[in-house]
Design a protein around this ligand. Sequence first.
Ligand code: SAM
Length: 243
Amino acid sequence: MSDAKIRLFVEHPLGPGQSVPLNADQAHYLFGVMRLAPGDAVRLFNGRDGEWRAEVAAAGKRGGILACTGQARSLQLPPDLWLIFAPIKKARTDFIVEKAAELGAARILPVQTAFTNSERVRQDRLQAHAIEAAEQCGGTFVPEVAELQPLARLLDSWPEARRILWADESRVGAAETLAGQPPGPWAILIGPEGGFSDPERTRLRALPQVLPISLGPRILRADTAAVAALTLWQAALGDWRAG
Ligand code: SAM
């Protein structure tokens, strides 16, 4: 039996003695590309049941079966932090989703704003990026990527208890801190390359849950701003803090 170097995301439930059927893509990857054979070990996670050791019970060209042999780690949930962002160019949008999953966002919500260029995004492709990022970074949780929706509609039904850290480019250079803010449920809001429109600014300022902040003295690209804001929040209020 080989060492379990491969980590694979599966939809199937994981548990003691559980058999996990593989689809054609997974079988191609494990047996065609990685050359695993019956008895070889892999690690599995599904975003719900933690990480499990498993071994190949049956290997075929178009399918196969893995058998769970024991739990390696329990499920580790990220803090209750959502990332709301306006999609930009394809590769940069992929980057935002990948980094949000790595940095510990619990939910990722693409939104259309007044100056969003992108009319549609492929939710399934973005979800696959989030899964791949969790596979790579050792995460046991995969953030859900929501369908694209208008920012205005999202704000219409915004939960009272969830605060919004609004990365507001008009505050560039202001000295601001998250010290003293409650850790509870939060969302980070990042605008598109064109920034936020005046009506959007008025709407955001009127919401009591919204905390506008500066991300330093320079205007950042939207993808950089997303990483900077996630880092700032995680270090101040999230699971990077000691204890
Ligand atoms: N076109 C806008 C302008 O010139 O003012 C800049 C938009 S910026 C490229 C994209 C998004 O990143 C902004 O909407 C904001 O959410 C965030 N952002 C970038 N730099 C920022 C900063 N220094 N402070 C706060 N937010 C920032």
